[in-house]
Each structure stands twice: as structure tokens, then as C-alpha cells.
Design a binder for this molecule. Sequence first.
Ligand SMILES: [Fe+2]
Length: 408
Amino acid sequence: MRTGDQNMFAFYLPTRIVHGPNSVRETGKAFRSIGAEKALVVTDKGVKSAGLAEGVLESLKESGIPYVVFDDVEENPGGVTVGKGAEVALKEKCNGIVVVGGGSPLCAGRGMGVVITNGGRIQDYAGLNKAPKPPLPLIAIPTTAGSGAEVSQFIILKDEERHIKMVVGSPMFFPRVAILDPMLLRKLPFWQSVISGIDALSHAIEAYLTILATPITDALALSAVDLIYHNLRPAATSDDLDAKEACLIGSTMANMACGNARLGLPHAMTTPMEGMFKIPHGMAVGTILPYVMEFNLPASYQRFALLAKRMEASDCNRSVEELAPQAITAIKRLFIDLRFPRKYSDEQIDRKAIPQMAKMVMGGLHGEYYDPHREYPMNAVIPSVNLRKATMKDLIELYERSFEGWEI
Ligand SMILES: [Fe+2]
């Protein structure tokens, strides 16, 4: 991230990453290494009934670590679930957390860690650097290749009272260890693989197109695009373990990039949408991605040309101006192959909410400046690190267009 001075950069990632097939066998040893003795294992019912937590529990048993399982995490969880899990951990005197699951259990479990040591409710810490104490040490074991929450300092949860997605962030919130085991992705249904993979791809593309991008984040973002773009089709449609592993590592690398370079308009524009309507995160973000890429194209033909080369441009001798739009075409081709939606449907998202959503984007990613009574002029510039500055008018046009559909 850029620090104070415009020419100074820092890159921070304290999470130890262990990866490879059957790496969940390392859970017990990793738990000992973080200095904890009793584990709260956080997961959801789907993950548990698919047997995906078994290897983790087995490893804890083998290492003689007592544990309590909390599997009551729903899709898109909020403060209530975090509170329940924290209560269980406090009652059972757990002093470390192991999360096995997708983005929902990962964020819920990480939120529990914050509440257990700091007290109160997770809403009390919404925003950046609000929690005074470090959370319980935590091991993150993703079962989807998407959220990147295993290497993130940001915890994304639903604020049930304000009907918004809240971001709770601090450099103290990075998981201590991330275990990336592609064997856990083997039973992931096609659609789950697709929406989590597109979310991860969007993390990488957005991180590459912010004003905070650095050579370090660029290297991670471009390699993540490469890995995910070329492996998502086989990973989602077959048992190809190498492809699944590539997507899993790509997803982690994408978040290492966006954790430092931050995210652009797709995530900013869909955060209010997800708080107001029932739409899976990856679907919300992915659907608007091609429209935002079209908007961003004039800001850097050079960057789009490099993206195109990493995806599918075979004739690299062409000019930057010719190559650049092919990055958008490549994304559209991937969407067609994966039967990913070309637009939002009116049944899913109420189009009348567009002005309200735009206003919420103006209120900042963490809702820190949001005032429902405030009106913004159409030329007001939104607070975002997106490479191309966008106004209120641009946002409304992008939302409108994303209901119309694109052509290739
Ligand atoms: Fe995301």
C-alpha cells in the first residue's frame, strides 16, 4: 500500500501459507505453532455434511488438541452468528480458532476471534483499526477458491440492523496460518466453483487497476489472473486436481495483491447491493466486472494489453491499442463458457434502488461517510482507488448498463 508519501510503498502479509494436496494433515501441528491449546472449529453445515472438516478434526485429534465444533454459520453471516460462536468459545475456554469453509465461515470465524478478545459486538469494530486487542490466533482453511479471506486483514460481514455489508479491518486480523488443500475443493459443485473463481479473478483484475498498485502487487495480480483464467474452466467442470490447486493458489495470490493495492469499482458498487438484496457475492461482483472494465479501459491501454496477454491474446505482436480491448473479450468468452450471467435480472435486483446504491458508494467502502439524507451532484467524484476516477453520473450509468447485457 502507498504510505503517506506518494513515492513510498509497503507490502505486508504476516500469514504463513501451507499448501498442497492433503496439507490439512498439518492442522494439528500448525495449531500448536500458534500457541493455542483448545480449538473452536468454525464451519457450516454444508461443509460438515460433505465430510470436508474430517481431515482437520482428525489432525487435531492426532496432535492431542481438544476442540469444539461450531457449524451454525449461514450464507452471508452477520453479527448474530459471530456473537453465538464467540459465546461458545468463551464458555468452552477455547484459545484458538480453526475455520474450514468458504468466505462465509472464514469471515464469521475471524469475526468471532475479534469479539472473544475485545468483548462487545463485531459492529462495534466496523471500520479500520477500531479493535484495541489482537483477535484469538486463527488457522484459515478455505474450501472454495474465491474469497481470499485466508490471507486478508478485512472481515466482511452483514450488519443486520443497517442492512449493509460492513468491513472490519486491522493488520491484526490476518489469519496466522492459511492451509490451502485442493483436496477440499473436489466436491465443490459447478456453480459454487464458478462464482468463487470469478470473485477471485475480479480481486486480481481490480488490484491491477487501482492507483495503489505496485510492482509487487502487479506481479501477484497478473500471475493470479493467469492461474485462474487458464484453470477455472477445467477446475469447475472436471476432477482436475491440478486445475483446482491452481485456482486455489491463484485466489490466495489475488487477495495478497488486493489486500495491499485494494479493490476498484466492482466491489465498491456491489457492497451496497449485497446488503440490500439476496445475491451471491461472486455473482454480484462478476456481473458488473465487464462493464467496469469497459469504463476503465481508457485509463490504461498498457495495463489492459498486459492483462490480455496473460489471458488469451495469441498474437502478441499487435499494438497495445489492439491488444487492450481483448482483455475484456477474454473475460466475456470465459463468462459464456461458464454460463455466467451477462446482466443483473430485475427479479434479483430492484433497478429502482440504483440511486440509493450510488449514494451508498459515495459513502465509502466502509460506509464511513454514508448519510442517507445527503444528495450528491452528478459530477461528485466517488471515494475509490479505482484507476479511472468515477463520478456519481458514471456510477448510475454503469449500474443501468449492467441490467442491459453486453455483446462480444
Ligand atoms: Fe470479493
